[in-house]
Design a protein around this ligand. Structure first.
Ligand SMILES: [Zn+2]
Ligand SMILES: [Zn+2]
Length: 267
C-alpha cells in the first residue's frame, strides 16, 4: 500500500513539475517578446507588427517605384530620361521578342525590394506576399484601368523546387492579389513539366533555352479567348514569362499581361 502511495505521489510531482516548466516556458516567451522586440530583416530597425511584415515601414518606403519614361509595352524603365517620347518602345519590343502583350513591375530590382524578395523566397517569410500583392494591385489599377483580366495565373515552380522551399512565392503573391483585385485565381492551369536550372548566372540565350518547353497548360477551355494576368516575383530577361505567355497564347489566350514585383534594369 505504501509503495502505491509513493508511486501516486511521484506521479503528482511529475505532473506538477511539467506544469511548472510549461508555465515558465510561456512566461519566458512573453517576456522575451517584450524585452527583445523583433527587428526588421533588412535594417534591424524596429518592426511595428512582425505578424504583418518582417520588414519595417521605412524600408518599404525606401523602395523606389518604376517611373516614366518606360517602354509602353513591357514597362522597361529607360535608364536615360532623354528617351521620353510617348509610346516609346524598348529594343526588345521593337524587335518583337516578347509573346506577352503588356508587362509592368512595381519597382526596379535594387535596394530594399531586392531584400524583400530575398526574405520572401529564401528567408521563407510568407507574410511578405500580402503587402507585395497590395502594391501590385495598385500598379494594376493605375496602369491598366481597362484591361479587365479574367484570370490571375502565378508562374509555377516545379514540385521538387516547391517541396524544397515549402511554397511558391509567385502563387502566394497571386493568391493575395486575386483577393484584393477581385480577379479569380487560376490554380494549376499552368504547370512546369520539368525542373529547370536556376536562371541566375545564365545569359539571355541560355535562359531562353533553359525554359523552352518547360511549361504546359491543364485547362485549354478555360484559357481560350481569355485575358490572362501572369504574376511573378522578378522580371529579369523575361525568358520565363515569355515562355509562359507563349504556351498560354498557343492554347488560345486572347491576351496575356504580365505583372511582377520587380524588374531588372540595366544601369
Ligand atoms: Zn527596415
Ligand atoms: Zn519593351
Amino acid at each position: 500500500m505504501e509503495s502505491k502511495f509513493q508511486i501516486c505521489l511521484a506521479r503528482i510531482r511529475l505532473a506538477d513539475l511539467r506544469a511548472l516548466f510549461q508555465g515558465l516556458f510561456t512566461a519566458f516567451n512573453s517576456l522575451s517578446a517584450v524585452l527583445l522586440p523583433t527587428t526588421c530583416k533588412l535594417c534591424q530597425g524596429p518592426v511595428e507588427d512582425v505578424r504583418l511584415s518582417v520588414v519595417c515601414q521605412p524600408c518599404w518606403d525606401r523602395v523606389s517605384q518604376v517611373e516614366e519614361p518606360f517602354c509602353g509595352v513591357c514597362g522597361y524603365a529607360f535608364p536615360s530620361k532623354a528617351i521620353s517620347q510617348e509610346g516609346a518602345r524598348c529594343g526588345a519590343c521593337r524587335h518583337g521578342l516578347y509573346r506577352f502583350d503588356v508587362a509592368r513591375a512595381w519597382a526596379p530590382f535594387r535596394d530594399s525590394v531586392k531584400g524583400i524578395v530575398h526574405e520572401l523566397k529564401y528567408g521563407r517569410h510568407r507574410s511578405l506576399a500580402r503587402p507585395l500583392a497590395l502594391r501590385l494591385a495598385g500598379v494594376y489599377q493605375a496602369h491598366w484601368p481597362l484591361l479587365r483580366a479574367d484570370w490571375v495565373i502565378p508562374v509555377p515552380l516545379h514540385p521538387a523546387r516547391k517541396r524544397e522551399r515549402g511554397f511558391n512565392q509567385s502563387h502566394e503573391i497571386a493568391r493575395h492579389f486575386s483577393r484584393t483585385a477581385g480577379i479569380p485565381l487560376a490554380e494549376h492551369w499552368l504547370l512546369r513539366t520539368r525542373p529547370t536550372q536556376v536562371q541566375a548566372g545564365l545569359t539571355r540565350r541560355e535562359r531562353r533555352q533553359n525554359v523552352a518547353g518547360a511549361f504546359r497548360t491543364s485547362n485549354g477551355a478555360g484559357i481560350s479567348g481569355r485575358t490572362l494576368l501572369v504574376i511573378d516575383d522578378v522580371f529579369t530577361t523575361g525568358a520565363t514569362l515569355n515562355e509562359c505567355a507563349r504556351i498560354l497564347k498557343e492554347n488560345g489566350a486572347a491576351k496575356v499581361a504580365v505583372l511582377t514585383v520587380a524588374r531588372v534594369i540595366k544601369e
